[in-house]
Design a protein. Structure first.
Length: 304
């Protein structure tokens, strides 16, 4: 069985989008996910300066699938306390949709937001309001609401909350779901011992055909911890076997899978640096065998 597996890459080199594609190829990825700029601010280069055409040509040469775009963390549609935060989120989300389309992507992953102590109901209502402002019947990009771990005042920690957002959005045919394994685990869903049962519940509430992308991450914390701390594949509480099962699940072979696992700290002489795990983790997932010496191999490797 084959499936599309990729990873998160940067866009901070001088080559911009072309640099993102090159980074993905260096790891052996089938596709990649990226931010349109720094995730904690709204500073963005004009679309015409992103080196897109060179990136598309490179992607075509190396048979990379269309990318996934992740929206900025600064967008919080669920904030009903500060009107300026909500307005900024709506305006910036609209511009992120334009950039996503320009990158030949049809998927923009979005955190549903945090209600900042106003309560989940208020947060969900505000998120629905914001999505109704940016989505129309003609929107060319799907907004994929990410399943959240439930830390702090996050909404989207349960399938019921995500379903409630769907129910309130007028053009909800433009919505999809990003299923994050670490987040779902930390939210309390037992995907280790009962992934099919979890999916059955999701299917009943939203529809498994609404899953447009998976984030494949192990977790540093036990099921239900509501912590959201990613771990390298096979080194957390979810484990290699469960994650490999999800990656190659028969119902989701065509759905893109993206790794967002932590970089590994390594020492070269007296100098500490961090190295990406993706080349090793992608190889390990494709091989069907867990490599307990993975971290050691990364530390001995060189950053691509």
């Amino acid at each position: 069985m084959t499936t599309k597996i990729g990873c998160h890459v940067g866009m901070n080199s001088k080559e911009l989008f072309l640099g993102s594609a090159k980074e993905a190829v260096s790891y052996g990825a089938d596709l990649f996910m990226l931010y349109t700029g720094a995730p904690q601010n709204t500073r963005r280069k004009p679309i015409e300066e992103l080196n897109l055409d060179a990136g598309f040509a490179y992607m075509n040469k190396y048979h990379l699938s269309d990318p996934i775009v992740h929206a900025s963390y600064i967008i919080n549609l669920a904030n009903s306390i500060k009107s300026e935060t909500f307005s900024l989120g709506v305006e910036f989300l609209a511009s992120e949709l334009e950039r996503t389309r320009a990158m030949h992507s049809t998927i923009l992953v979005l955190h549903p937001g945090s209600h900042v102590d106003a309560g989940a109901k208020a947060g969900i209502k505000k998120t629905v309001e914001g999505l109704n402002e940016v989505l129309s019947a003609d929107t060319k990009v799907y907004i994929a609401l990410e399943t959240m771990a439930g830390k702090g005042s996050e909404i989207g920690k349960s399938f019921e909350e995500l379903a409630e957002i769907y129910d309130g959005v007028v053009h909800n045919q433009k919505l999809r779901i990003c299923f994050d394994t670490c987040h779902v685990n930390d939210a309390g869903y037992d995907i280790v011992n009962g992934f099919d049962e979890v999916i059955d519940k999701f299917d009943h509430l939203i529809g498994k055909n609404q899953i447009a992308v998976f984030h494949i991450n192990d977790s540093k914390n036990p099921c239900g911890s509501k912590k959201d701390r990613h771990e390298n594949i096979g080194f957390g509480t979810i484990g290699y076997e469960a994650l490999h099962h999800i990656v190659y699940h028969k119902d989701f072979l065509e759905i893109p899978k993206i790794l967002e696992t932590p970089y590994v700290t390594a020492k070269e002489g007296q100098e500490e640096k961090t190295l990406p795990p993706y080349q090793y983790e992608l190889t390990m997932l494709r091989s069907g065998k867990f490599d307990e010496k993975l971290i050691e191999k990364i530390r001995k490797g060189k950053k691509n």
